[in-house]
Structure formats: C-alpha cells, structure tokens
Design a protein around this ligand. Structure first.
Ligand SMILES: C[S@@+](CC[C@H](N)C(=O)[O-])C[C@H]1O[C@@H](n2cnc3c(N)ncnc32)[C@H](O)[C@@H]1O
Ligand SMILES: [Zn+2]
Length: 273
C-alpha cells in the first residue's frame, strides 16, 4: 500500500479497518472500502468537487456506453505501455469521479500484470459510489493538489478531465513514469455549447505542457453521438454549461428524441523528464 498521511506525510498502515501513521493520525476505512484522506482543515468547502446530481448524470451517461470508444482507446494505450510481467506496478486515476474508467482499467489491466489501481477524487459521494461498485480498485477521497501517496510511487497517472498540480504529479510519478491526460479538443460538445451560447467557441487547441514531463504522443479521437433527450440532459448536467442552462432549455432538450452532438478528445501521453 502506498498511502501516506496527509498531515505528516508518513506512510499509512492498515490496522483493523483503520489507516494509521507513526504519529498516530488515523483515518477510518469506510464499509465500502475507501478511505477519506481529506482532513477537514484542508477543505475549502463542505462538499467539494462534483455534486451528487452531476455524479448520477455522469454515471447514467457513461453506463449507456457513449464514451466507451474513449475508454477503449485509453485502455489500449495503457495495455501496450505497461509491462506485462510480474513486476509490481501502480496506476493512479486522479479526479476519477464515480469510477467508470478506474474500475474497468483495474479489472482488465490485472489480467496480464501485477498492478494496483487507485482512484482519487475530492467528491466523497462519487468515491463512495465508485468503491461500492468497483472492488478491483482502491479508492480515496483527496485532492489532486495534495496527493496522499509517497514520492516516486506511481508508474502511471491518468487524468481524464480533472484538475492537477504539476509539482505533485512530478513528486509521485516514478522516474521514467507516465501521465495519460484526456482533454477536450476544439469541437468537443460544440452542439451542446450551441444551446447556451449564440456563437459557441471551440476549445483552446494549444498543447498543454506539464512541468517535469515531456510529450511523447498525442492522439485525437472524434465521433458523433445521437442522444435521446434524457441522455442529452445527462450530458449537459455533467458539464459546466449546466449552470447556464434555463429550466426551459432543459425541458426542451429532454423532449428532443434525437440530439446530435460531436465528441472530440485529445489523449496525450507524457513521460517524466
Ligand atoms: C469532469 S469530472 C471527470 C470525472 C472522471 N474522470 C470522468 O471522466 O468520468 C472531474 C472530477 O474531478 C473532481 N475534482 C474536482 N476538483 C478536484 C480536486 N482538486 N482534486 C481531485 N478531484 C477533483 C470532481 O469531483 C469530478 O469528479
Ligand atoms: Zn500522520
């Protein structure tokens, strides 16, 4: 286990359902199996991260398979990159939400290697749901700005639409380790944006630099979705546009039987300098 205490940075050991450090800080292992490593004094709000409505909308949308091509593309990248031998390996999914990618990768990657897959998110409700459903991964509540893992403990970090801090990534990733980052490419959900803005602006096309890492490869994955109204509303509720949508717009979208929307993703692979 690679968890470290968020208060004193000493390693944590599991003792009878309690994670303990040598300075006697303790964190309960919840009945679902996750651990909350977000001390109250580090919280900037009572319930940080995505709320339950966003989490439920994301789960219903992802469960219907609309982002399966993205999941498969990331999986084949990881499956080709991570050695398939008996070496013990670790993968961390930051901002993992309700665990759709984390759970799948844990199950599949474990078939051919000795790997521990961790999922981390600042939203406790999302982590609770993730841990309840996906027993093959280890989940914790924490911020990606203060990762509760020891230095150089991760072979790879996955970042799918999630905030990060380059300094923390560089600290926890092993030398030669990897980051796989998924970010929106220019036309991502442009039709959904068009419902909110008169002239929807494409996403920024600039290549993201992560301090301490170099870009190895960049793939672009784009495909169209034909969504029933209920799933178009779920998609809207997963995004920041939801805050700008009127009740009337949501009602109209929900009545739409075939809403067409483009997806457009960048999947970028970085290696530590
Ligand atoms: C757009 S969602 C993506 C979730 C998941 N990766 C997916 O693609 O389904 C972003 C996630 O980042 C989480 N998040 C926001 N700020 C965070 C932080 N500082 N540390 C960790 N997670 C954070 C949110 O709670 C949310 O689950
Ligand atoms: Zn401690």
């Amino acid at each position: 286990m690679q968890y470290q205490c968020p208060l004193c940075h000493q390693p944590l050991q599991l003792d009878n359902q309690i994670w303990l450090c040598s300075n006697h800080h303790q964190f309960d292992r919840a009945k679902e199996g996750y651990v909350n490593l977000m001390p109250v004094q580090h919280k900037k709000s009572k319930n940080p991260g995505d709320n339950q409505m966003m989490m439920q909308a994301r789960r219903q949308f992802l469960d219907a398979g609309y982002y399966q091509p993205l999941r498969d593309a990331i999986f084949s990248l990881l499956d080709n990159l991570l050695p398939d031998d008996s070496t013990s390996q670790t993968l961390l999914d930051i901002g993992c939400g309700e665990g759709y990618y984390t759970g799948f990768f844990a199950e599949k990657l474990k078939l051919r290697r000795n790997i521990t897959v961790y999922g981390l998110d600042i939203a406790k409700g999302a982590i609770r749901s993730a841990a309840k459903r996906y027993a093959s991964a280890e989940f914790c509540v924490a911020s990606s700005h203060l990762l509760p893992f020891s230095n150089q403990s991760m072979d790879a970090v996955l970042r799918i639409y999630a905030p990060c801090k380059a300094q923390e990534l560089s600290r926890v990733v092993k030398s030669d380790g990897l980051i796989v980052a998924v970010t929106p490419a220019p036309n991502h959900l442009i039709q959904l944006k068009g419902l909110i803005y008169q002239v929807p602006q494409p996403h920024d096309d600039s290549e993201e630099h992560i301090d301490g890492f170099y870009l190895v490869e960049s793939q672009r994955l784009s495909y169209g979705l034909n969504l029933p109204g209920e799933q178009a509303v779920n998609l809207l509720q997963m995004t920041p546009f939801a805050w700008k949508a009127s009740e009337q717009l949501i009602a109209e979208l929900s009545d739409n039987t075939d809403f067409y929307c483009e997806t457009d993703f960048y999947i970028r692979l970085y290696r530590k300098n």
